[in-house]
Design a protein around this ligand. Structure first.
Ligand code: ADP
Length: 385
């Protein structure tokens, strides 16, 4: 061997040593990473038929040799089709696999995992391996399921409660009507009757809100749409809200720029306006002003109910239309309700494909604006087409 050949050989040897050192360092780092994370770590063949290894972290059992039976071993049967479909998508797109699914844990019980794997591609862009990490999310899933069940039980309980409370109310209302006829001359009894009447009416309003909320959450509320003249509905709503408005000495003005006709359920539309008017009356100090205006804006009827009342705190505004939301001051007022009125109102507006918004400043009153399309979307399309 010449000196030149010897030098070339030495150089090759030193390059090989460096490459081996590099590989060893990167393998050490990889092993350290696998042990450091609390996630399950796994690697799959390009077509996912074979699991090459899995470090289960006590959550699921390890796979040390290539394993073709991983699907049956780790994934609960009901979730297998979904897992396979997500794998197919990921392989087709050469993109990440990402799924929350149930797994069979090392102790045989069922757990939940959030699993994510990415493909490793060679220089030709072909998948050579999948590398993945899976997190044990069993506790969070169990909490979610518990909350969902509790929420459903609460809805069922509310519906049952509303029905049970409504039953004794009807005969009480009838008995009051009888008392009114029977005791015209007895002022003591008349006073007692008037108290009962006010309280039964208040109770009826609360129970009706509960019943409506139960219908809304179970999807049992139907609209009976017809051609409706807005002015008539506004007048009826005002009639219904008048006792409360008058008892608090408010003045009311109505401004309708023109005759407005829309397709809507007149009773539900009236309910929307009565809710807004009653709130305006309740949350405005005595002798305030309530303004109802309605006008047309392109294909929408717009109705505004504005008051000079106590206004709404900014932190309340963002959740105003969610069930059981009540202001601190309103919760303390005897006329205050269950905090259901506005969420029912929004649901009714949305069933008409409309929107409801509110502008308010504390101490400076509130303005609730309802927008409802004059015709349902399908009819509008028919006419323009
Ligand atoms: P409820 O009146 O039964 O409490 P609502 O859903 O109708 O429930 O209203 C929710 C809360 O919004 C009320 O408790 C009150 O604090 C606030 N609110 C509603 N309307 C008005 C208004 N016009 N002015 C001031 N606050 C209002």
């Amino acid at each position: 061997m010449t000196n030149g050949e010897q030098r070339a050989r030495d150089a090759r040897g030193s390059i090989n040593n460096e490459a081996e050192d590099g590989l060893r360092i990167s393998e050490d780092r990889f092993r350290a990473f696998v042990m450091a994370t609390s996630d399950v770590i796994y690697s799959m063949s390009p077509d996912w038929h074979e699991m090459r290894y899995l470090v289960g972290k006590g959550f699921i059992s390890n796979t040390t040799d290539p394993n073709g039976a991983w699907l049956a071993q780790y994934i609960v049967p009901e979730d297998q089709p979904h897992v396979l479909a997500t794998i197919e998508d990921a392989i087709r797109n050469k993109g990440a696999f990402e799924l929350e699914h149930r797994v069979i844990r090392s102790d045989g019980t069922i757990g939940w995992t959030f699993s994510r794997a990415i493909p490793i591609l060679n220089s030709q862009g072909e998948i050579t391996e999948w590398f993945g990490a899976a997190r044990d999310v069993t506790e969070r899933k169990q909490r979610e399921e518990y909350l969902l069940e509790a929420d459903q039980r609460k809805d069922e309980f509310m519906a049952m409660l509303a029905h049970e409370l409504r039953n004794p109310l009807a005969p009480m209302v009838n008995a009051l009507a009888l008392l009114q006829v029977a005791n015209k001359d007895d002022s003591f009894l008349e006073k007692a009757r008037a108290i009962l009447e006010r309280q039964v009416n208040a109770l009826t309003r609360l129970v009706d809100d509960l019943l409506d909320m139960a219908r809304v959450t179970s999807g049992q509320l139907d609209l009976r749409n017809e051609r409706v003249e807005l002015g008539i509905v506004v007048a009826r709503a005002l009639e219904a809200a008048r006792p409360l408005i008058e008892s608090r000495g408010h003045s009311v003005s109505v401004t309708l720029t023109e005759r407005i006709e829309i397709d809507a359920d007149p009773n539900r539309l009236q309910q929307i306006l009565v809710n807004l008017l009653n709130n305006a009356a309740k949350y405005t100090n005595p002798r305030g002003r309530i303004e109802i205006s309605a006008w047309l804006e392109r294909q929408h009827a717009v109705i505004s109910v504005k008051d000079t009342g106590i206004g709404i705190e900014p932190e309340l505004l963002s959740k105003l239309f969610q069930p059981f939301t009540r202001g601190k001051r309103s919760a303390a007022r005897s006329e205050g309700g269950l905090g259901l009125g506005l969420s029912i109102t929004r649901r009714l507006v949305e069933m008409h494909a409309g929107t409801i918004e509110v502008k308010s400043t504390v101490g400076r009153g509130s303005d609730f604006v309802v927008k409802i399309p004059r015709q349902p979307a399908s009819q509008a399309a028919d006419r323009s087409g």
